[in-house]
Design a protein around this ligand. Structure first.
Ligand code: ADP
Ligand code: MG
Length: 244
């Protein structure tokens, strides 16, 4: 495996006294594409939110692109510059246009001149196939279009790692494919991706590795064919029999 983009060792996380993640050990190679699946409440969102410090871990260590995630605000800022996130409910700014959603962070956080940020945004809006929506507001778009804006917005920060938390779970069935198609394209461009999803077709098509979580633990992991066709753990088998 090439140089680790993310290295998590012996990580435990608690919400109050409730232990939500248990002894997580995970190395993600640069350019690796990982799908995380598992029952609701198993800690999938919490795990990926720890990677850009939307949640804090209590024990163990997380290194992202060679920088340790700890209380050092400088480290956190540094890591967040390189790690983009796409959420289940899009989280677009409703009072800003599509284009403004895409240029806000680059102009404010990165001090990119407005014209340059707009040109970059249009490039990515073309890439997710909605340049014609640039002057609309999120509320005027379909769910699938909003999620593609969210992906374009993340790409405008030129991230090295993209985290996806169930990006298609809130979409009507007919819109799932248009979002997955964009994600497949990103995957083939060599983006390091961690994606929480139950879209097994997507996992088979792009994942280098599928990780199955249950009750805060990584229970089993492997290539999609290994994990889906020949799961070794009883909990993995039970889960897969419900979603496949
Ligand atoms: P998943 O994404 O796999 O559904 P989550 O990471 O969202 O799982 O949640 C894992 C567990 O942690 C669940 O039991 C959930 O209720 C709990 N949990 C999630 N967020 C919080 C929070 N902010 N405070 C307390 N408990 C939480
Ligand atoms: Mg979740």
């Amino acid at each position: 495996m090439s140089e680790a983009a993310i290295r998590i060792t012996g990580m435990n996380k608690y919400y109050g006294r409730f232990q939500v993640l248990r002894d997580i050990n995970l190395d993600v190679g640069s350019g690796e594409r990982i799908v995380i699946c598992g029952p609701s409440g198993s800690g999938k969102s919490t795990l990926i939110r720890c990677i850009n410090r939307l949640e804090e871990h209590q024990q163990g260590r997380i290194d992202v692109l060679g920088t340790e995630l700890n209380d050092d605000i400088g480290n956190i800022d540094h890591i967040r510059r390189d790690v983009g996130m796409v959420f289940q409910h899009f989280n677009l700014f409703p009072h800003l246009t599509v284009l403004e959603n895409c240029t806000l962070a680059p102009t404010l956080a990165r001090k990119i001149p407005a014209e340059e940020a707009e040109a970059t945004a249009m490039t990515y809006l073309e890439r997710v196939r909605i340049p014609e929506q640039a002057s609309k507001f999120p509320g005027q778009l379909s769910g699938g279009q909003q999620q593609r804006v969210a992906i374009a917005r993340a790409l405008c920060m030129k991230p090295k790692i993209l985290l996806f938390d169930e990006p298609t779970s809130a979409l009507d069935p007919e819109m799932i494919k248009e979002v997955l198609d964009v994600m497949v394209e990103l995957a083939s461009d060599g983006m390091t991706m961690l994606c929480v999803t139950h879209e097994m077709g997507f996992a088979r098509q792009v994942a280098d590795r599928v990780i199955f979580m249950d009750k805060g633990e990584i229970v089993e992991q492997g290539r999609p064919t290994e994990l889906f066709d020949n799961p070794k753990n009883e909990r993995t088998r039970t889960f897969l029999s419900q979603v496949l």
